[in-house]
Design a protein around this ligand. Structure first.
Ligand SMILES: O=C(O)CCC(=O)C(=O)O
Length: 266
């Protein structure tokens, strides 16, 4: 059977700006159908956090049950709070294991993170026809302890700088976070752990999105090599400053490679 060649919708819109719609696409019932105004019959919204909360799950679960029976459609509301709490948990657990790997008591880094700071940034990189001539994000290292990045739509873009100055693209892995050591962890560990420069390139055709969650110690913590790691005979590589001074360094520095670490060097 031969198929009938029809122009694509995009081509039609491009040709007439959408002014001319071929007869076979016209649907008179759209104008005739009753559409209730917004709010008159709002689709159920389920709060995902409540659904998982021991005290509130019963009520929310009943609403979910009803939504499935009455509507068969519902929206799930999950705030960035739920996401940020989940990634903070991942960061905290990784920091405990890292402490042990460094020969420290598990809580040494965690103790610096009571009332830790966390910030979350959503990055959106529109496509660009000249993608090979631009960058989505300039080379930089992160000024925190640990960054956890979710590549939302699994389009490659993040690149990590290696010692030989080559850039290695990070292959998005479905369901995986990308974690990178930040400047503060490099300073805490007196250089044992490396905060590495990275950048983001853009795609020629597809938009890319990522969510980066930055985890830093408490504002009251001092930023400097951990005393437990700086043995008498080991050279201390970085200054110790209070967190506020560190942040002042950060905000007065350009987003330029590892310039912040350079300023912290002794
Ligand atoms: O988009 C990415 O994958 C990385 C973003 C990033 O480096 C940042 O937000 O600091």
């Amino acid at each position: 059977m031969e198929s009938l060649p029809v122009p694509s919708v995009q081509a039609m819109v491009a040709a007439t700006g959408g002014a001319h719609v071929p007869a076979r696409y016209l649907r008179p019932e759209v104008a005739a159908d009753a559409v209730v105004s917004n709010g008159e019959a709002a689709m159920p919204i389920i709060d995902f956090e409540k659904l998982l909360h021991p005290d509130e799950s019963r009520g929310e679960s009943a609403r979910l049950h009803e939504a499935c029976q009455e509507w068969g459609f519902f929206q799930v509301w999950s705030t960035l709070d739920a996401y940020s709490a989940a990634v903070k948990n991942v960061a905290d657990r990784l920091l405990v294991i890292m402490s042990k790997n460094l020969g420290l008591q598990p809580e040494v880094i965690a103790n610096k993170c009571v009332d830790a700071l966390q910030s979350v940034r959503m990055n959106c990189y529109p496509p660009c026809a000249q993608a090979d001539k631009i960058l989505g994000f300039s080379p930089h290292s992160d000024a925190d302890l640990l960054t956890i990045v979710l590549q939302v739509n699994e389009i490659q873009g993040l690149q990590v700088k290696r010692d030989d100055d080559t850039w290695v693209p990070v292959q998005p892995l479905e369901g995986a976070f990308i974690v990178n050591v930040g400047d503060v962890l490099q300073i805490f560990t007196n250089g044992r752990y490396r905060s590495v420069e990275h950048r983001a390139v853009v795609d020629t055709e597809r938009e890319r999105m990522s969510i980066a969650a930055f985890h830093s110690p408490s504002i009251h913590a001092t930023i400097g090599p951990l005393s437990e790691l700086v043995a008498d005979q080991e050279m201390t590589m970085y200054k110790t400053v209070d967190h506020e001074s560190f942040l002042r360094f950060l905000f007065s520095a350009k987003l330029d490679g590892k310039s912040l670490l350079q300023r912290m060097k002794l």
